[in-house]
Design a protein around this ligand. Sequence first.
Ligand SMILES: [Zn+2]
Length: 417
Amino acid sequence: MTMPLMRPPRKNPVLRTRQMSLPPGARGRVALGMTAAAAEGRFELQVCQACQATQYPPREACHRCLSPRLKWTAQTGEGRLLSSTTLHHSNDPFFRERLPWRLGLVQLDCGPSLMVHLHGDVGNAPERVRVGARLDRAGQAVLIGFPNEESVNMADDKMLREMTSDPKFRKVLVTDGKTAVGQALVQALVKAGADIVWVGHAEPWKKLPGWDEISKLPQVTPVPLDLTNGKSVDELAGEIGGKVDIVLNNAEVHRSYGIGARRGTDVAKAEMDINYFGALRLAQAFGGALKSRAADGETGATAWVNVLSIYALSNFPPHGTYSASKAAAYSLAQCLRAEMRPSGIRVVNVFPGPIDDEWNQSMPPPKLAPAALASAIVKALKDGVEDVYPGDVAQEWLERWKDNPKVLERELAAGGS
Ligand SMILES: [Zn+2]
């Protein structure tokens, strides 16, 4: 059984912060299919459409019949551990700093044998295991052998914490944390064991429904933060930037206008000023410090979360200018991800469908409850997932967008269904 993670001692400020070393990152283009699935939390292998053989490692043509018709397909990962070994020595700097490290050879029930990192709860061979895919700190898919049965402190496994961004014992900044979604996020983070949750709000004195109860939680500290104001962002970064382990940007302006329904650009500018420029100001002020602390041990800086919108993928005309601001934010988030990756900081992009809040009152159900969005985000951090599409609407849009973005655009122009 995994021992529960203990609260880490305070860091000695005199000690030098280690530089982050990353696990080996290079993969061939064909193997990126596995990484793309792992980024969304799935373990996929190629299955031959001609003879049904499951392939591993990823390849261009079937190992049995040479057909090129290989399709990435979700796997249960069930299999049998054939043997295991513990590394006490490695020439790779990432593993050298984390030894001993346990590896195993697993034969999947669907055929292939593969090497996996082993969770501490997996016993010695022969034993039933479940293989899952996770992203490592270099952002590449790696395979992990999990025990067949879940246990209480499973997430505290040392190897697993290297792959995920579990909020337990970490310090989190939530922007615009007094909104309904913000409050749900704060509650979910506290429940997940976060050490400190700084709750940014442009008007810290303002009373909002539900806030009184949350502000009494011992982990919660409200801080003034106005994302439209570079000075406000810089001041807060000066104060807490060196301590934040997870930034969760939840701030947004959302109005339901297209182009023709309103004259002028004031609403569109307000949306851009928070949804795009606000994200940029935040990233410029907090990004550097976060990157420099990624190697701070088991509770080091680990993730940056952007709450975007499924409208970032394709414009939803009744919320046209909002969609445009979220598309800009999404593009910026891709840049942030590329810049953060070499330091081992994971950028998690969240694409919810319509949230059950005041700006979506005219939208028909199903709408995503703030608590459901919050638990999806915490789960993504715990599972180390990069792209999250919470709720039925987001899932459906994603499928349609993957299937044919042009068809989705036409459907949305005609009213969304
Ligand atoms: Zn085949």
